[in-house]
Write a protein that binds this ligand. Structure first.
Ligand SMILES: Cc1cc2nc3c(=O)[nH]c(=O)nc-3n(C[C@H](O)[C@H](O)[C@H](O)COP(=O)(O)O)c2cc1C
Length: 360
């Protein structure tokens, strides 16, 4: 029943959605890394509910406190404890649904597994747990940036059936600033408007929408990733699919590779005077489970949010058919808030592999 991710850069998250707080303990972050608290807070702000009309109206301050492992802005090499206290608990929103497992949420499976459930909300299955990942991920990202110059940018590339498109040159220079230009976090500005309208319509219909988040990690040195079971892409897939509501992972060309020929798909090498590069990047920067020095590119598919106000015929725990119209303040679409979570899980995966490579 572990809540720990990573081998050397090890992150454990703790806390229930409506308990006193949620946080993370990072064990294994190297000493002497300069950490900016405002960078951690900035990423938490991007995940926070209530940030725009496209997200749940729940207001959570999500102010991070660092309890250990940092002095004068530098890591000590000891466990780093990050804590966000819960200030907006409203268990009454969930009590009305206490006798009914929400369709496609984790209520039924948690009860089957543990025989006991958190008294309110989704407990550990609630997306509130992900703020701990975002805080820890920011520490990992700051380490990666200072030690290797790694840059991670994720964005919403699809909501429902609306797809955003970016050119090669837009991708090359894409920054978080461009992503955050629209509330939906899609840098294709025209499509961003269509996506926002689709989310607002779903909310008005008391329904929800899914979509896709794309991510690229620049300047990852060649050689990171273990050769067999802990391949870089395998660990990234695990990291991404562990995000609540994430249902699909595709590295580089992903499922499109299935319909291409070898001559179309091969990333032919070119010399750049120092090391080999590739002309194309269908491999998404990973070959044989090991980074090849190109940008790592991947996409994560998210399902539509399960808790919806629209009436649904389902059954309570006793098996009686009931009509459920969920109450509470839920997201009509997780995508805009999930962007920093994808970035955080990418950073935690890469930080761990960076340390594993150093130990060789
Ligand atoms: C940022 C974010 C916000 C979410 N908000 C909600 C929400 O308001 N209501 C809800 O039912 N599910 C929400 N979810 C999804 C549930 O947490 C998730 O569907 C549930 O834990 C079951 O896990 P699974 O979908 O991976 O099977 C959210 C997920 C994320 C990543």
């Amino acid at each position: 029943m572990s809540s720990t991710f990573g081998t050397l850069f090890k992150t454990t998250t703790f806390g229930e959605s409506h308990g006193s707080g949620v946080g993370a303990v990072i064990d294994g972050c190297p000493a002497g890394v300069k950490i900016s608290l405002s960078e951690i807070q900035a990423q938490l702000e991007r995940r926070r509910p209530g940030q725009s009309r496209l997200t749940t109206s729940r207001q959570e301050g999500d102010q991070v406190e660092i309890l250990s492992g940092l002095e004068n802005g530098l890591t000590l090499g000891t466990p780093i404890t990050l804590l966000v206290r819960n200030l907006n608990q409203k268990p009454s929103d969930y009590r009305k649904m206490a006798n009914t497992p929400r369709p496609s949420h984790a209520d039924y499976t948690y009860r089957e597994k543990y025989g006991i459930t958190s008294q309110s909300g989704g407990g550990r299955a609630s997306a509130r747990e992900t703020l701990a990942r975002v805080a820890a991920g920011s520490v990992a990202e700051q380490f990666l940036s200072l030690a290797f110059g790694v840059e991670i940018v994720a964005w919403v590339s699809q909501v429902g059936s609306v797809e955003g498109v970016l050119s090669e040159s837009e991708l090359e220079t894409l920054l978080r600033y461009d992503v955050d230009f629209s509330a939906v976090r899609c840098p294709d500005r025209q499509k961003a408007n269509l996506m926002s309208a689709a989310i607002e319509k779903a909310a008005a219909d008391k329904d929800s929408l899914g979509g896709v988040i794309s991510c690229l990690c620049r300047r990852v040195p060649a050689g990171w990733g273990e050769p067999v079971f802990d391949k870089l892409d395998a660990l990234l897939a695990q990291a991404m699919i562990s995000i609540p509501a994430a249902k699909g992972f595709a590295l580089g060309s992903g499922f499109a590779a299935a319909t291409m020929t070898g001559s179309e798909h091969n990333d032919c090498f070119v010399g750049n005077g120092v090391k080999l590069g590739t002309k194309t990047n269908f491999s998404g920067g990973v070959q044989g489970g090991i980074s090849n020095g190109q940008s790592i590119t991947f996409a994560v598919a998210f399902k539509p949010v399960p808790t919806i106000g629209k009436a649904q015929k389902t059954a309570d725990y006793e098996g009686h058919e009931i009509v459920l119209e969920a109450k509470g303040r839920h997201d009509p679409c997780v995508l805009p808030r999930a962007v920093p979570i994808v970035e955080a899980m990418a950073a935690l995966t890469l930080a761990d592999l960076a340390l594993r490579q150093r130990r060789l």
